[in-house]
Write a protein that binds this ligand. Structure first.
Ligand code: MN
Length: 231
């Protein structure tokens, strides 16, 4: 198996490529603006969590699979600072960095240009194609790929544990047409995500019966929870 689930990231062994998705930098600031008082730990916690992942792997390239930052319409001062610092940190840990545009990244280009990076809508690595998942691509490379890796959905699953419901970030792995589909959890450490057992899903890749999808919960390690229909 070439694809390894590593904490909230996905690692392509042969290519030594690490994929992370949906960091949503600036999320706490946007909550603050709506009057929700949360302290701001996101940037530092994201760096620490990434460091742990980097420690165990040999990484040639990193792919940020969309929604690098949160705000749609503007770049706040915190976002400028955090985004540039985060890009620099990622560049220190790989030889090549690719930023895929998500639906929250309408104005990521001014930030990327500062570091001479181009943004793309999809990225092919041998038989895997990485795209955000807010739309279904239609290019040759997408159709050729055997594995599709998406983010966007922020899958999480709510389970009862001694009477209380706890929500966990998770990977979903199943089929889309004849391809293998990998749905990654978000790297937004402020919130868990969308409870796939209850909430309506967004991605056009997931407008299908998901009962045969496998669920992998991310906790201190990755737990194989079997098929969604059995949970
Ligand atoms: Mn998204």
């Amino acid at each position: 198996m070439n694809i390894l689930l590593k904490d909230l990231a996905l690692y392509l062994k042969k290519e030594k490529a690490l994929v992370i998705s949906d960091i949503h930098l600036g999320f706490e600031e946007s909550l603050n603006k709506q009057g929700i008082l949360v302290p701001r730990f996101q940037y530092e916690e994201t760096i620490q969590r990434l460091k742990k992942i980097f420690k165990d792997l040999e990484i040639n390239e990193i792919i940020v699979n969309g929604d690098f930052k949160h705000e749609f319409g503007q770049i706040s001062r915190t976002e400028w600072k955090d985004s540039l610092n985060m890009i620099d940190f990622l560049l220190e840990n790989c030889k090549k960095l690719t930023i895929i545009k998500g639906n929250h990244d309408k104005i990521i280009d001014p930030i990327a240009i500062r570091r001479n990076l181009k943004t793309v809508l999809g990225y092919k690595l041998n038989d895997s194609y990485i795209c955000h998942g807010d739309f279904i691509p239609n290019d040759f490379e997408f159709h050729e790929a055997k594995n599709i890796i998406i983010g966007h959905e922020h899958p999480a699953i709510s389970l009862r544990k001694s009477g209380r419901a706890e929500t966990y970030k998770c990977f979903l792995i199943g089929k889309w047409k004849r391809k293998n589909l990998y749905v990654m959890p978000s790297f937004n450490l402020v919130v868990e995500g969308t409870n796939i057992l209850k909430e309506k899903l967004l991605s056009p890749f997931l407008k299908q019966d998901l009962k045969n999808f496998n669920v992998f919960i991310v906790e201190d390690k990755i737990y194989d929870f079997g098929k969604l229909k059995d949970i």
